[in-house]
Design a protein around this ligand. Structure first.
Ligand code: SF4
Length: 490
């Protein structure tokens, strides 16, 4: 797994990271994508590093997948299995619960992130938990579980190396598979020197040794381990977790209590459907044939407790919309981020919440509401590169168009009074030649006057901070034609 980018410039990335990722922040005049005016475009340097790493990762993964003659067959199989799963989610989840409960696990359901956090804190209280080690989990990011633990006075440490780095730096992940994609080895060396008092080194071996030494002790002292879930097999009641660093194995097997956090779309009907997903996920996620470790957890081991929290948090809303429900097929491989020209340029933080890139643009509006994130579906050129590589064949561009359609009809940043007025003016200007000429004259004058201003206020300033106003061209074609072809008009 690529944990850090070795080609990034060392300066700035750590200190310029915007802290804009809680759901509260999404109230800022719509999504931060607009509020920050693509913060990644403006800086930080980390976005550039993440973009370069995404390009490298795409090339490497495409070479691997293009060399497999039956790759498209695998994709089609995965699509069909996931489509069946989504259509039968209610029955499969109950079957999964019945089977894993029969082997000593406790399954808890959570409608919202708040309810899931309450479950985790109740478990922690029951088992007198003071220290937690966390395996990588996007659901835990959704829940903002680290904040919950901190508020309850519980020490929680991320143990995935990328997650550990961003936690140490006080940042948020910039990618769903490689959270510290934006950090160079130099950044990490300075981070360890600053936060851990370690001597500076930019050698990958030195850095991983430092992290290993710091984390090993934590595994041994933890009262609870948490993890995400990649797949949950209904037929056998099995949790499947894939990883490369061994930290998930230690987080789930060393402490006496394991809490597995899973989105309700993670279930698969049968265990013999698993191999195709393991093949796809490893290849598109990290360019491997298989991840280094694949854990199959069939229930609680003697003397230990296993809890599984199944989170809805808006997924039912996606399920209830026939045009949107294919988004629930996602296996969080991150490939659509790597190929996306917007993600490569803007970086992960610009999307304002847990899930960046094309998949973020389609699930964030469902999970946090169009009123907060209705601008995200517009953050795309609809080039279609994402759906070409998606291992479960989600038609992301059409999902984006569907959400755009909804965003202009429902309360959202794209349905504001300013937005509506702008389009009314546009319709008025386009409905007759005289109006059109007047509008063009006004636009030319407006651009010229704006260029004369030494600074630009408000939203205009945010817009021009990362862009140049277009050059006003010479005389309009109509005027030129009149001057040079007066005979023609007669
Ligand atoms: S939408 Fe497809 S490509 Fe993107 S993360 Fe999900 S499974 Fe991967």
């Amino acid at each position: 797994m690529t944990l850090v980018s070795s080609r990034a410039k060392p300066q700035a990335a750590l200190t310029l990271a915007p802290q804009i990722m809680s759901t509260e922040d999404l109230h800022l005049e719509g999504a931060p994508f607009l509020k920050e005016q693509t913060a990644g475009l403006y800086e930080p340097a980390g976005s550039k590093a993440a973009g370069e790493a995404a390009v490298r990762s795409t090339k490497q993964n495409r070479e691997i997948t293009d060399a497999i003659p039956y790759w498209q067959d695998w994709r089609e199989q995965a699509r069909a299995i996931k489509a069946f799963t989504v259509a039968n989610l209610d029955k499969l989840l109950v079957e999964f619960e019945r089977n894993i409960t029969a082997r000593g696990a406790t399954v808890l359901w959570a409608d919202s992130a708040e309810e899931a956090n309450r479950h985790v804190l109740e478990i922690a209280r029951e088992h007198n938990v003071k220290r937690v080690v966390k395996g990588k989990s996007m659901v835990s990011e959704e829940m903002e579980l680290n904040h919950t633990f901190a508020a309850a006075g519980i020490r929680a440490l991320e143990t995935d190396l990328g997650e550990y780095l961003v936690q140490l730096a006080g940042q948020r992940p910039t990618h769903i598979v490689t959270p510290a994609l934006h950090l160079s080895a130099e950044d990490v060396g300075r981070l360890f020197a600053e936060k851990l008092g370690e001597p500076f080194s930019a050698e990958h071996g030195d850095l991983t040794n430092i992290a290993r030494r710091q984390l090993r002790e934590e595994f041994l002292r933890a009262d609870m381990g948490t993890s995400g879930v990649n797949f949950a097999i209904a037929e056998t009641g099995t949790l499947v977790i894939v990883e490369n660093e061994g930290n998930v194995g230690l987080s789930t097997a060393t402490p006496p209590v394991h809490v597995a956090l899973m989105g309700m779309e993670k279930v698969l009907p049968r265990i013999d459907y698993l191999p195709v997903f393991l093949q796809l996920l490893a290849r598109v996620g990290t360019g491997q044939k298989l991840t280094s470790y694949t854990h199959l957890i069939h229930g609680a081991t003697p003397g230990r407790k296993l809890y599984v929290i199944i989170l809805d948090n808006g997924r039912s809303k996606i399920l209830s919309d026939p045009a949107a429900r294919q988004a629930l097929r996602c296996i969080r491989c991150g490939m659509c981020l790597n190929v996306c020209p917007v993600y490569r340029r803007a970086g992960g933080w610009a999307y304002g919440w847990v899930y960046p890139g094309p998949i973020g643009s389609i699930i964030t509006p469902h999970l946090v509401g169009l009123d907060k994130a209705g601008a995200l579906p517009f953050a795309s050129s609809l080039c279609g590169a994402c759906s070409e590589v998606c291992p479960v064949k989600i038609d992301i561009p059409h999902q984006l168009v569907h959400l755009r359609h909804r965003a202009v009809g429902e309360p959202s940043p794209m349905n504001s009074a300013t937005e509506r007025l702008t389009w009314r003016l546009w319709a008025w200007a386009m409905s007759g030649p005289k109006r059109y000429r007047l509008a063009m004259w006004a636009v030319r004058l407006g651009v010229r006057l704006t260029k004369l201003l030494p600074w630009h206020p408000g939203k205009l300033g945010a817009w021009t901070r990362g862009r140049e106003l277009p050059k006003v061209p010479g005389p309009a074609f109509r005027n030129w034609w009149r001057r040079n072809h007066s005979d023609f008009e007669k």
